[in-house]
Design a binder for this molecule. Structure first.
Ligand code: GRF
Length: 187
């Protein structure tokens, strides 16, 4: 099996990055993580790129030419698939156009509910019954592309934001790899 050369975009902890790296080392997993792009120079997630010897690039998104640098770097590493894993910056239309249908994101809610930030506090405020995560294609609309895979759990009375985050992330570690397998099984 020829694995798709994949870039993971991160901004923070990188626990999904670590999880995807471990999955990608299995023989029959459809992607190879060839590059990590990070927009925060002190992001914890970079330690996983270093530990597993994956090339990484820190992009300063405040610089005017940063987008050209991103595209050039993706080309240099012959990237054909992109996973956003806690990447806290909206992608430009041009990048989306260049990789249409080949960028996916993981979001900590059951989309289309609770797009954007602060999902857990809004869920609690709204007295939601269910929470979960969604893996979806990225298009020009925030958290608006087609859903690939979802996983849910029922919210308990004692669940606070911290607990919801923990439970959601646990599901994410299954949902993200499952979504990737689903995509490439169908091609
Ligand atoms: C995840 O919970 C994901 O749903 C959201 O950002 C978080 C990233 O966590 N988009 P990590 O950096 O992978 O630990």
């Amino acid at each position: 099996m020829v694995k798709k050369k994949t870039c993971i975009f991160i901004s923070g902890q990188g626990s999904n990055l670590k999880n995807l790296i471990l999955h990608s080392r299995e023989n029959n997993f459809p992607i190879k993580i060839s590059l990590v792009i990070c927009n925060k120079k002190n992001a914890n997630g970079i330690i996983y790129a270093k530990k597993y010897k994956i090339p990484y690039v820190i992009i300063n998104t405040k610089k005017l030419n940063y987008e050209a640098k991103v595209l050039k770097t993706l080309k240099k590493y012959k990237i054909s698939f992109i996973c956003l894993a806690g990447y806290m910056k909206i992608l430009s239309n041009n990048l989306i156009k260049n990789y249409r249908g080949r960028i996916i994101n993981i979001h900590p809610s059951l989309l289309p509910k609770f797009k954007g930030l602060n999902t857990f506090s809004r869920m609690l405020k709204n007295k939601e019954i269910k929470a979960g995560c969604t893996v979806h294609y990225v298009n020009e609309k925030l958290d608006g592309g087609n859903t690939i895979h979802k996983k849910l759990f029922f919210i308990k009375n004692k669940d606070n934001e911290k607990i919801l985050r923990k439970k959601t992330q646990k599901l994410e570690y299954r949902a993200f790899p499952e979504a990737i397998i689903k995509i490439f099984r169908n091609i």
